[in-house]
Design a protein around this ligand. Structure first.
Ligand code: SF4
Length: 735
């Protein structure tokens, strides 16, 4: 742990918030975080001296009086305090009973991107080895599952290809779409803005004109949900004008002819008609991007959270490949990952229903052999439910999942799966479970808050309440924990040791700055104790020992040991095959991650049917997202004085023209209503979105935006379409 001076602990650690992975010194005393200071810039590859407001001022949630400090058991509808012994015994008994009565596949585990890699490894191990259920998933489902699926099919790894410092911060050109970079990834945005000031070109295509667009050479407002049209339009124009990288396409890719054919209908007129992009804007951006030696393609939830999210990500991947902007420095695909450990804990460590750790398919018998050898139990070889499906599999609640649960146009709905950890040409790998064939009775939720984060939260809450047994392991009594039968107090990231993996695949250490409050324990300690009660002696004496097992079973983490990370403070980027491997700063220098080494164009088309568009009854399109000061469902930042001072409550961002038409004044409470539900929030008048687009942040309980969103999913990954909900807006009037 960190050095102690006058009872102050200084921990050299990695930020608990976003995927940029800033490193700094965290100062703690008596359970409170005193503040942060920059660390040695040699050791802070993502941020140098910078941190944003969240890293600097919003660690006060750690010392909040509201932290859970003792296990709680529900009795006659009320929680009462319990000892760890009693709580763990109750959980072991109930999970065992349910498994005996309904089978192992009546249980599900969800894991957390706020926990370390080691803990996420244990969460999926608990599901697959101890419970023997295939149903394990996490919040990556809600953010970049569509990116992962698209990149597995086109380039091989479902991850950012490049580095923050040497590549993103140094490129000649950016295409950024669907990313509120300045608010969601602030330190990364600063790097981009600095580089743009130094002469790099920046193109922003987005329905919302956010701060990053203020720095752009060209900002283009697009109609929500129409990205495939303008991206395919660019591809068509670049091919037509012969501006693409012919040598790269010839030598390093396949299926170019299919791409050319697919984009043929996307003429300048068609693109303007569908997505509102003026021909001059499209041509200017396409030609500049195609002729740039290097270019970074940056995207986030604005591109991925759609009922055609995978198709969106495929489109941008096709564009980058066409221009040859892969496999070299200062270029590449930069899907900006949200949470500080969503890449590692949420993806690499395999708490996902189709992949064992290291993106190794659950249907690959050779991989299952390797895990069985170490675990003594063969992991289930079927693809389990995704988190968004779990809530429709609780028997008394029933089906509401739309967006197709069977196969789709690609012939299967599990395109993330491949053989070994390679990319996949066979999207239909494995027969999966669906909500129709699962009778979900018990859930074990580690650090997730689906009662606020799921689309249509009324349905999610109904499902949580209807479960026979629910365990929630958390820092606070969240909206989800309120439904639990047993609540376990967990340690925050400021209280533990382990590793996290940032958006650029960089694995870095976290270290404790304070002790956990009361009896709270780390997720790893809790899971190990529970596994012990259920007959599995895991026997890890430290997170480093968990990493030893990861080294053995996860080839891309083969050489990532704690010993190396301790000695080498700027982390290691995967793939890192063995102890002598230096890690991989950027991917695909020599070959793409397929057996033949070639990237694939996978043509993507604008779906016709799932394009509801505004109607007379619901004339606005609502988008959801983040604000700078808050984080996700707010379970941490709503307990931060600093954050609440800045943004104390939810709001709806309304264009002044729309407000005037409806007679709505700035700061006035208004009603927003969709087919799912209605909420009351304050109106903030601003021109960020167009006159028929609204925005509401996702961080609040009062005015919870997911009362309005619908359960409509991308068929391939079941990512929800948070970015397009048709709503109406009205003043409250005299009530
Ligand atoms: Fe933390 Fe992200 Fe802010 Fe860096 S940019 S301090 S990682 S929230």
């Amino acid at each position: 742990s960190g050095a102690r001076k006058r009872n102050i602990t200084v921990a050299d650690t990695t930020c608990t918030y976003c995927g940029v992975g800033c490193r700094f010194n965290l100062y703690g005393k008596d359970g409170e975080i005193l503040g942060t200071r920059p660390a040695d810039p040699e050791q802070t590859p993502a941020n140098d001296f910078s941190t944003c407001v969240k890293g600097k001022f919003e660690y006060d949630f750690v010392g909040s009086d509201e932290r859970l400090t003792t296990p709680l058991i529900r009795k006659d509808g009320e929680f009462r305090e319990a000892s760890w012994d009693e709580a763990l015994e109750r959980i072991a008994e109930r999970l065992t009973d349910i498994r005996e009565e309904y089978g192992a596949d009546s249980l599900a585990v969800t894991s957390s991107s706020k926990a370390t890699n080691e803990e996420n490894f244990l969460a999926q191990k608990f599901a697959r080895q101890v419970l023997e259920t295939p149903h394990v998933d996490n919040c990556t489902r809600l953010c970049h599952s569509s990116t992962v699926a698209a990149l597995k099919q086109t380039v091989g790894y479902g991850a950012m290809t490049n580095r923050i410092n040497e590549d993103i911060a140094e490129t000649d050109c950016y295409l950024i779409t669907g990313s509120n970079t300045t608010e969601s990834h602030p330190v990364l945005a600063t790097r981009i803005v600095q580089n743009v000031r130094d002469g790099a070109d920046l193109f922003v295509f987005d329905p919302r004109q956010m701060t990053i667009a203020d720095h752009a050479d060209q900002y283009t407002r697009t109609k929500p949900g129409t990205d495939i049209a303008w991206i395919n339009g660019m591809i068509r124009h670049i091919i037509e004008e012969d501006l693409y990288d012919e040598e790269f396409v010839e030598e390093r890719t396949k299926h170019f002819d299919e791409l050319r054919e697919t984009v043929d209908p996307y003429t300048l007129e068609m693109v303007e008609d569908v997505s509102g992009v003026a021909p001059d804007d499209l041509v200017n951006a396409a030609e500049t991007i195609a002729q740039s030696d290097t270019c970074v393609y940056g995207w986030a939830m604005g591109l991925t959270q759609h009922s055609h999210g995978t198709q969106n990500a495929l489109a941008i991947a096709n564009l980058g490949l066409l221009c040859g902007h892969l496999g070299k420095p200062r270029s590449g695909f930069s899907p900006f990952r949200g949470q500080n450990n969503v890449q590692g804990g949420g993806g690499d460590m395999g708490p996902i229903p189709n992949n064992l750790p290291g993106y190794q398919s659950v249907t690959d018998e050779r991989v299952l052999d390797a895990f069985e050898e170490v675990w003594g139990v063969r992991p289930p070889n079927q693809v389990g439910l995704r988190i968004t499906e779990m809530f429709s599999a609780v028997p008394t609640v029933g089906q509401t999942v739309s967006g197709g649960t069977g196969t789709d146009a690609y012939g299967g709905d599990y395109p993330e799966s491949g053989v070994g950890d390679r990319g996949t040409d066979d999207p239909g790998a494995g027969e999966g479970y669906t909500p129709e064939n699962v009778d979900l009775r018990g859930m074990y939720i580690v650090g997730e808050n689906p009662a606020l984060s799921e689309p249509d939260i009324d349905h999610a809450e109904e499902a949580l309440a209807a479960l026979d047994f629910l365990v929630v392991q958390e820092l606070f009594m969240t909206e989800t924990a309120k439904h639990a039968d047993v609540v376990l107090p967990a340690a925050s990231l400021a209280e533990k040791y382990g590793t996290v993996t940032n958006t650029e695949r960089r694995i870095q250490l976290v270290r404790p700055a304070v002790d956990s409050p009361g009896e709270a324990r780390t997720d790893a300690a809790i899971l190990q104790a529970l596994a012990g009660r259920m007959g599995f002696d895991w026997n890890y004496e430290s997170p480093a020992e968990i990493m030893d097992e990861i080294n053995e079973l996860v080839p891309i983490y083969g050489g990532v040991t704690h010993e190396r990370l301790e000695a080498r403070e700027n982390g290691l980027q995967w793939p890192c095959w063995d102890e002598d491997h230096p890690g991989t700063p950027y991917l695909y220098e020599n070959e793409f991650h397929f057996d033949d080494g070639l990237a694939r164009f996978v043509p993507s088309e604008l779906p016709e049917e799932d394009f509801p568009g505004p109607s007379e009854e619901y004339p606005f399109t609502l988008s959801t997202g983040r604000v700078l000061y808050h984080w996700h469902t707010g379970s941490m930042t709503r307990r931060s004085v600093a954050a609440m001072k800045q943004v104390p409550e939810s709001f709806v961002s309304v264009h002044p023209e729309a407000a005037e038409r409806l007679g709505i004044a700035d700061d006035e409470y208004v009603r927003v209503e969709s087919r799912q539900g209605e909420i009351v929030v304050r109106a903030t008048l601003e021109e960020t979105s167009g006159p028929d687009v609204l925005f509401i942040p996702m961080h609040f309980v009062h005015g919870a935006v997911n009362k309005l969103t619908k359960e409509e999913f991308d068929p391939q990954t079941k990512i929800p379409a948070y970015k397009v909900t048709n709503v109406r807006l009205e003043p409250l009037g005299e009530e």
